[in-house]
Ligand binder design. Structure first.
Ligand SMILES: Cc1cc2nc3c(=O)[nH]c(=O)nc-3n(C[C@H](O)[C@H](O)[C@H](O)COP(=O)(O)OP(=O)(O)OC[C@H]3O[C@@H](n4cnc5c(N)ncnc54)[C@H](O)[C@@H]3O)c2cc1C
Length: 500
């Protein structure tokens, strides 16, 4: 086992940072017109999804649900609710789903949920399955270590599911398509400004008002729904002294550059680590640009909670002028660049209104730093568990407050542990001084240990005992990852609800 300051480093870099890119695509939802198959065979888009609808019990009167926010978490909840027969309307503040963003990882616990939603076929057309992530010295391009993902089926052997990565725009659009196919309405230009909890009514910026039995706040970092729940209304985002940039590079420019062409040789993400800063590059599927995200540890005046603030490309390049030729040439090829300031929410005392009719999920509830890469996958899990709880209440004639109480019980400890873990990944990629020397030595040892592991047959590796899951183990130690990735959110929710 290789450890740095108590942290096991046999985790993927995609665990450490979720990356997004603002590409300003003018894509609007058009069913089945996105995620063009790359080199994969075309497959039927909806058979698995509709197969899941067959067992819906329509004999009871289902609750109506409004979800504020068509992000990853909001759409996950819409799917989970709609596939159980509930009537869902999603209100999205933007004019369309032209989602910014570059690659984002879908960790094994979220893959498990998406497959149980029947979405594997839809996702297969848009995901990449990274083999591993290479960590390089940013000044010399020397390979320091590899963090495993799907190479030799490692993720499947350890956690029972693969690890996927996807372009954020595709992620949201696949989820939106699935939600719509299940009967969910998505209303655009529907910016929620406040919720009147007593009458379960959502007020929009254009003066419209909509009511439902349940209101779900999935409206991200600066949640208007959160601000309407009296007990937590005053809680502010906490800024973090780290400035991030995101941009992309046309793959043709990479192919044509002899210093960079190797970046496209396989599904391998790169991290160029330098003291106080780092650059990540992800290849993504062939039909997408090469993603670049960089972080520099420093205070900055970028407004909190905004993902698409334009950045000065030259000043970004200037931050890395002491990097190796490969990094400088990569940054010389980037398109427009955006920046944001890292921020998080402190743990909240509750995620629901006192009467249980308004509930939060995802970033609106537990925004975390990107250093453990759990923001997106935790939101998927929230949505799935909320769907189980509300469907249970609806089907067993329980009040909705029982459903949101069960949801809070199932989620609070887990998401708060994820929030703490996002601090434990801080500093790993930007290590300097003695810590860096120690880290590099341990990365080298880990590479050797991995080589021994991969020399074994898959049968032998599958027969080896797994580490016991332990939520209190440090991120990203194997027991912690077993707790995080090995979790079956829907299964656990069903077990818990069956005992109520
Ligand atoms: C454009 C964008 C870029 C991002 N880039 C990064 C990144 O680079 N790195 C990173 O670590 N994380 C990033 N994230 C956050 C990351 O994707 C989330 O942590 C994760 O997906 C959790 O999802 P969520 O659904 O809770 O929130 P989000 O993904 O933030 O989705 C919230 C949704 O609600 C909508 N919304 C917001 N306010 C309102 C309102 N008042 N009324 C109606 N709708 C509203 C938003 O338009 C959005 O569609 C980004 C999120 C967004 C929206």
């Amino acid at each position: 086992m290789v450890e740095v300051n108590g942290l096991n480093i046999a985790a993927t870099v995609s665990c450490l940072v979720v990356r997004e890119l603002d590409n300003h695509d003018d894509t609007i939802i058009k069913l089945s017109t996105f995620c063009q198959p790359s080199n994969r065979e075309k497959q039927p888009a909806t058979s698995d999804l509709t197969a899941n609808m067959e067992n819906i019990d329509r004999s009871h009167h289902p609750f109506t649900v409004i979800v504020a926010g068509a992000g990853i978490g909001g759409l996950s909840s819409a799917i989970a609710l709609a596939r159980r027969g509930l009537k869902v309307t999603v209100l999205e503040g933007k004019a369309e789903l032209n989602e910014f963003g570059a690659s984002i990882s879908i960790d094994p616990h979220a893959v498990r949920i998406l497959k149980s939603f029947g979405l594997e076929t839809l996702f297969c057309r848009c995901i990449a399955q990274d083999e591993f992530n290479e960590i390089r010295d940013g000044a010399s391009n020397k390979l320091l270590g590899r963090l495993m993902a799907n190479h030799a089926n490692t993720s499947d052997i350890l956690f029972g599911e693969q690890k996927w990565s996807i372009h954020r725009a595709d992620y949201q659009q696949v989820l939106a398509e699935a939600a719509q196919q299940l009967g969910t309405k998505i209303l655009f230009n529907a910016e929620v400004v406040k919720v009147d909890i007593d009458v379960r009514t959502v007020h929009l910026s254009d003066g419209r008002a909509l009511s439902a039995d349940l209101i779900v706040g999935a409206d991200g970092l600066r949640s208007a729904v959160r601000a309407s729940i009296r007990e937590i209304a005053g809680i502010d985002l906490v800024p973090w002294n780290e400035q991030a940039y995101r941009c992309s590079v046309d793959k043709n420019k990479i192919k044509d550059n002899p210093n960079l062409a190797w970046l496209l040789d396989n599904n391998t993400a790169q991290v160029w680590s330098m003291p106080g800063k780092y650059v990540l590059g992800w290849p993504l599927p062939p039909n997408k640009s090469y993603d670049v995200v960089a972080c520099v540890l420093r205070d900055c005046d970028v407004p909190l909670g905004h993902w698409g603030v334009k950045a000065d490309t030259n000043s970004f390049r200037g931050d890395f002028e002491d990097a190796c030729l490969e990094v400088r040439e990569l940054l010389a090829s980037i398109g427009p660049c955006v920046q944001w300031r890292l921020a998080e929410l402190p743990p909240l005392s509750t995620c629901r209104s006192v009467d249980g009719s308004v509930v939060l999920l995802g970033d609106a509830w537990h925004a975390m730093l990107p250093h453990s890469g759990s923001g997106g996958s935790s939101a998927i899990e929230d949505g799935a568990v909320l769907g189980e709880c509300v469907a249970w209440a609806s089907e067993s004639n329980r009040p909705l407050s029982d459903a949101t109480k069960a949801y809070e019980h199932l989620r609070k400890t887990r998401v708060e542990r994820m929030q703490r873990a996002s601090h434990e990944g801080v500093g790993f990629l930007s290590a300097s001084g003695d810590f860096r020397t120690l880290r590099d030595g341990l990365l080298a040892q880990q590479m050797e240990a991995d080589n021994v592991e991969f020399a074994k047959s898959e049968e032998v590796r599958r027969a080896q005992p797994l580490p016991a899951a332990d939520m209190n183990a440090p991120f990203p130690s194997p027991p912690y990852l077993q707790w995080l990735y090995g979790y079956d959110g829907i299964g656990e929710a069903r077990k818990y609800l069956a005992g109520l």
